[in-house]
Design a binder for this molecule. Structure first.
Ligand code: DGL
Length: 268
């Protein structure tokens, strides 16, 4: 299949959280057009079954492929954890997922090879980060912790709130007790908690932001495949959501750090 370098990159997530990946992509690849899909009607995915997530993921990937994207990016850690292969099997265009990017980021960061991973319950139960890290380096010790309260706290905007701080101290206690030097933020929402998590984890622990790791991977792959957009005009950004966009718009602007235009509602 001949791919067109001017085509957009397709990025998708269970809702608004994947905009942290879009933000990192916009900064890293300022000339790329992007089509984003957020399944705002069915979020959260982090507590749903593998079957349900796989079914939703297939629908979204097919939607974006119909938009003639040149690359698919699974921004949602939960989808990447349990349905990344489903996307790779059906896609004629290259597929990148945040877990692989986060795993490589962790390996590049950790000197002690003692890594903590935090994410939604589905992501942590799937063991996907451990598998991805061990695929590259089997000897790494991995300590995981599900942090289900972080997603609603971030969506509430409580990024530096005493409740969030206490919650983080509680969640991170067992992981920090393991002498880790690296902590992977294995969920789209967690990059927004970076300053707070860094304070709780202390200076000896380095945080791996899988959104940034993903932007680096995407840039490298576009280069290798000669698929970088040669056009130097302002890129276009389109956002598709499955529920009324009001909340997406408000929270999305916080995630993206800029105003959000071109939001379209998809009726399935
Ligand atoms: N996007 C999800 C993730 O990265 C978090 C929100 C959800 O549970 O759907 O795991």
């Amino acid at each position: 299949m001949q791919l067109n370098p001017s085509s957009p990159i397709g990025v998708f997530d269970s809702g608004v959280g994947g905009l942290t990946v879009v933000r990192a992509l916009m900064e890293r690849l300022p000339f790329e057009n992007i089509v984003y899909f957020g399944d705002t009607a069915r979020v959260p995915y982090g507590v749903k079954s593998v079957e349900t997530i796989s079914h939703y993921t297939t629908q979204i990937a097919e939607f974006l492929l119909a938009k003639e994207v040149k690359m698919l990016i699974v921004a949602c850690n939960t989808m990447a954890a349990v349905a990344s292969q489903v996307v790779k099997d059906l896609s004629p265009v290259p597929v990148l997922d945040v877990i692989d990017a986060g795993a490589l980021g962790a390996l590049a960061t950790s000197g002690k090879k003692q890594v903590g991973v935090i994410g939604t319950p589905t992501t942590i139960n799937s063991n996907a980060y451990a598998r991805a890290i061990h695929h590259y380096e089997p000897g790494v010790r991995i300590y995981s912790q599900a942090c289900p309260l972080f997603v609603p706290l971030v969506e509430e905007g409580w990024l530096d709130h005493p409740v969030t701080r206490l919650t983080a101290q509680e969640y991170l206690k067992p992981v920090l007790a393991q002498d880790i030097d690296t902590l992977v933020l294995g969920c789209t929402h967690y990059p927004l908690l970076k300053p707070l998590l860094q304070e709780v984890a202390g200076p000896a622990v380095r945080l791996v932001d899988s959104a940034e790791a993903m932007a680096d991977r995407a840039a490298a792959l576009l280069g290798e495949m000669h698929l970088a957009n040669p056009q130097r005009g302002s890129p276009t950004y389109h956002y598709y959501v499955t529920d009324v966009p009001l909340r997406f718009q408000t929270i999305g602007e916080r995630f993206l750090g800029r105003t959000l235009a071109n939001v379209h509602v998809v009726k399935w």
